[in-house]
Design a binder for this molecule. Structure first.
Ligand code: NDP
Length: 327
């Protein structure tokens, strides 16, 4: 709290300008009749711009600066602007007892379903061939493999994965979903698999594999040679999780050997993807700049303020992260 009795929200990012959140956060605090002061520590103000850190109540983060937490000894809520929290948990100086919360947004799930539906259907139907044919004014029809013969797996059947499974099942694809534990609400038309014991059965013969896992110590490198070897020949790998889920060298070997036919990648270890990265020019790789889905600033602000009210009332924030699980 600052000297005027206002709640102090620090907007922390070492990779983004956080201005886009300001009107929505101010508006959300105004709605609950609480004064707020925003302090930006980002790519525009400088990543060391934090002043009077002891006054910070709430930290709203996307890839926050490592090692800054000791400067904010009174922070009472750490919040991600996204569904993932790997970018926050990677800092060992994050205070253990402070609630950490994340976004859960049905609109984000709908945009993700649109992205993966595009990735799957365009890969399945070979739409890149038709784009090339248009450039050469070539009218040639290619055979259509029925969706019912094109099994698709989603690794990570949470908020986003379940929504994507419903969308793809509606088209007629045989769906499989994999999560850590058995699903509380199974998705109709989707066969569920849980835990490491059922991973092999889940992967076996898939034509497309979608990664929607959170990045944790257990899931880091999950898209690797062993995984690719279990998929159907010429399978399509779609990574909309995090860059560190994918072992890029294994992907390149599998693509070049024809074991995999296509990769659609939206998340990378280094973003923006460096100019010399092999993924940019590989003929079997499609690159998008981490745009599969986004959450509107109003949703981020509304959920942050709701969680702040819960913390002030001595409650656990509704979308609190289980730090032991890492998501
Ligand atoms: P959730 O926390 O709702 O779901 C995570 C799912 O992954 C759960 O089903 C969970 O299992 C499963 N899971 C976790 N660990 C394991 C494991 N070791 N083995 C098998 N399954 C596991 O997350 P969301 O659906 O909201 O988001 C998922 C991820 O999507 C985010 O963490 C982020 O990485 C990515 N994302 C990407 C975006 C983009 O634009 N590219 C945008 C937003 C998010 P269980 O159900 O048993 O807990």
């Amino acid at each position: 709290m600052n000297v005027n009795g206002e709640t102090v929200v620090a907007l922390l990012s070492r990779s983004l300008c956080m201005d886009y959140l300001a009107p929505a956060v101010q508006g959300a605090f105004a709605k609950i009749g609480e004064g707020v002061e925003l302090r930006f520590v980002d790519t525009v103000r400088g990543t060391d711009a934090l002043r009077d850190g002891a006054e910070v109540d709430v930290a709203l983060c996307w890839e926050p600066q490592p090692g800054h937490w000791p400067l904010m000894p009174n922070v009472r809520l750490v919040h991600s602007v996204a569904a993932g929290v790997d970018h926050i948990l990677e800092d060992p100086t994050l205070p253990a007892g402070v609630p950490l919360a994340r976004i859960r947004d049905p609109h984000m799930a709908s945009a993700m379903a649109a992205y993966v539906t595009w990735a799957v259907t365009s890969g399945h139907r070979g739409m890149d061939r038709y784009a090339a044919q248009q450039r050469s004014q070539t009218w040639v029809e290619h055979a259509v493999q029925p969706a019912t013969q094109y099994p698709i797996g989603i690794a990570g059947m949470g908020t986003l994965g379940s929504h994507c499974a419903r969308a793809l099942a509606a088209i007629g694809y045989p769906m499989r979903g994999w999560s850590r534990s058995a699903p509380v609400k199974p998705v109709a038309g989707c066969e569920h698999f849980a835990g490491d014991a059922q991973r092999g059965e889940f992967l076996q013969g898939l034509k497309a594999l979608i990664c929607l896992l959170p990045l944790t110590e257990q899931t880091r490198g999950a898209l690797n040679a062993d995984c690719f070897a279990q998929l159907g020949n010429g399978a399509h790998v779609i990574n909309v999780g995090r860059g560190a889920h994918l072992i890029e060298s294994d992907l390149l070997v599998a693509l070049d050997a024809g074991q995999l036919g296509l990769a659609t990648l939206d998340a990378f270890n280094v973003e923006p993807l460096p100019a010399n990265d092999a993924m940019w020019s590989h003929p079997k790789v499609r690159v998008t700049p981490h745009i599969a889905t986004r959450t509107a600033p109003e949703v981020i602000a509304e959920q942050t303020v709701r969680h702040w009210q819960q913390v002030c009332a001595g409650e656990v924030p509704h979308h609190a992260v289980d730090r032991a699980n890492g998501y």
